[in-house]
Design a protein around this ligand. Sequence first.
Ligand code: KIV
Length: 275
Amino acid sequence: MKNTVTTFKDSKNNGNKLTMLTSYDYSTAKLIDSAGVNGILVGDSLGMVCLGYEDTLSVTMDDMLHHCKAVTRGNKNSLVVCDMPFMSYQTSVYDAVCNAGRLIKEGKAHAIKLEGGSEFSEHVKAIVKASIPVMGHIGLTPQSINSFGGFKVQGKSEAAAKKLIEDALALEEAGAFAIVLECVPAKLAEIITKKISIPTIGIGAGKECDGQILVYQDLLALFSDFKPKFVKQYANIGDQMKLAFSQYIDEVNDGVFPSAEHEFTISDDVLEKLY
Ligand code: KIV
């Protein structure tokens, strides 16, 4: 069944949990989609897990478009949400609408996600007015890493927790259809989830959120630079890949691969004319 923004909005009333995973390429999008997630996020985390940057700040619109196009070609039924990269919307409401439009028009995403709370209400309103669904993202917003002074849990003090509640309400009011809550205390995420009528999608925000999202490389233990506390590794594909790569190297060196079954034949008639 096709997932749309309506699936997301309805989940809050029917109590169905929403599942999302990130994806950045065609083959993985096909696998994730066929597993039956509700949404695929083409996250700007691609800067770290695919492109090897230290953070997400260097990711460009071209990077996002390139990967979004690959994901949407592999997807059939999931709602594809594409991240707006750093400085593609912070500069002006005009830039925000134009760049959101490119992710839909060229990238073929169904919705966009942007980081930030009430300070981006006008941006969200304008994008929604252009008929582009917006997913909000508050808490640990990696594009603000330099302001936060590192990847830290957000909303621990009374003032910070109240600001996150205000931000969630402001994004709902601006027309966002869902909000990602990243790295916030579980009890605060529960309060926010109860206060708003649109679904919350948690990552490091506890089980009371309306849905969950993980970066697929984290879930499969494919990204080994660090492992956030909130990640559960469902399989160790990283080790399986390393094993397969070294078996391949050994078999080529030992003359085991390729064997007859991997070769193409030529008729003897043609062959004898070649000598
Ligand atoms: O870029 C990303 O992958 C994200 C998720 C962690 C929510 O924003």
